[in-house]
Design a binder for this molecule. Structure first.
Ligand code: FMN
Ligand code: SF4
Ligand code: SF4
Length: 251
């Protein structure tokens, strides 16, 4: 089994890691950030899981782009697991439609509610979600091991705002408190940040993943919109550290 994942603050990365620990079968975990420039991806297994955070009721742009570059083995069993804060929207139907456009079938899909890295949940809700994460994953393991096929029905939604391509939808910027440490450059999955005269400049290939925002050590990065989240408290999953996110670009 191969689990392809994307993660900016660790909710999805830990979900993949915990799944691997719980599964009886062999499983490899592959970061889609590390495949950003690979033109054709050949999975070495036909049991394929897609694990991603929900953005705007869809998958991150890079995730969609990665799936389009996969050459699926014959008779692939494909499932998806999305992590989300509170409103998953039609992400499963979007994944189903994408796979159908590539001649593939989404056999199984589930969503795991986790702390929000954009809009925030009350702290007590987040604490409970973190506490329940492993139990929620454990519940779906038998379905995946038994290759359960669900009927996934519903009208394909209109394309989301993310399908148009990378865009800095939140107006992410570094302010004058930037110390030029380069952490944001190292975590950005799109290599979309440059240091110019010791100050971080955001380019136009942004996924709005907020990795730079959450991992900046001096809170120099802020969002112009929405105002309510502009300087929200930093978040990352307690079992994930900065090197895990940096490594995801090369593993
Ligand atoms: C730009 C952006 C948009 C988001 N949109 C949604 C959304 O539409 N619905 C939702 O429930 N959560 C949304 N979230 C929250 C994330 O899906 C959630 O916190 C996820 O678990 C983060 O995963 P990660 O820690 O692996 O990066 C959004 C997060 C970001 C950064
Ligand atoms: S992580 Fe923060 S302080 Fe470091 S270069 Fe980026 S914006 Fe500046
Ligand atoms: S600039 Fe920041 S928000 Fe945009 S892709 Fe890079 S790390 Fe993510």
């Amino acid at each position: 089994m191969i689990l392809y994942y994307f993660s900016a603050t660790g909710n999805t990365l830990t979900t993949a890691k915990y799944m691997k620990e719980m599964l009886e079968e062999n499983c490899s975990i592959v970061s889609v950030s590390a495949l950003k420039d690979v033109p054709v991806i050949d999975p070495e297994d036909n049991v394929i899981g897609f694990l991603f955070p929900i953005y705007h009721a869809d998958m991150p742009w890079l995730f969609r782009d990665t799936i389009k570059r996969i050459r699926f083995p014959e008779d692939s069993y494909i499932f998806s697991i999305a992590t989300f804060r509170g409103s998953p929207g039609a992400c499963t139907l979007r994944m189903k439609a994408l796979l159908e456009s590539l001649g593939q079938k989404l056999s199984y899909a589930c969503k795991i509610r986790m702390p929000g890295n954009s809009v925030m949940n009350p702290p007590e809700v987040d604490a409970e979600l973190l506490r329940d994460q492993k139990d929620n994953i454990r519940k779906i393991i038998p379905d995946i091991e038994n290759r359960v096929v669900q009927e996934i029905e519903g009208e394909t939604p209109e394309p989301s705002i993310l399908e148009a391509g990378p865009a800095n939808l939140r107006g992410i910027k570094a302010d004058e408190t930037c110390i030029g440490c380069g952490t944001c450059v190292r975590v950005c999955p799109m290599n979309n940040i440059e240091l110019k005269d010791g100050h971080a400049e955001i380019g136009n290939q942004c996924l709005t993943c907020l990795a730079c925002f959450h991992w900046c050590p001096v809170e120099a990065i802020f969002m112009e919109t929405p105002k309510a989240s502009s300087r929200r408290p930093k978040y990352h999953h307690p079992d994930v550290k900065l090197p895990d996110i940096i490594k995801a670009k090369t593993l």
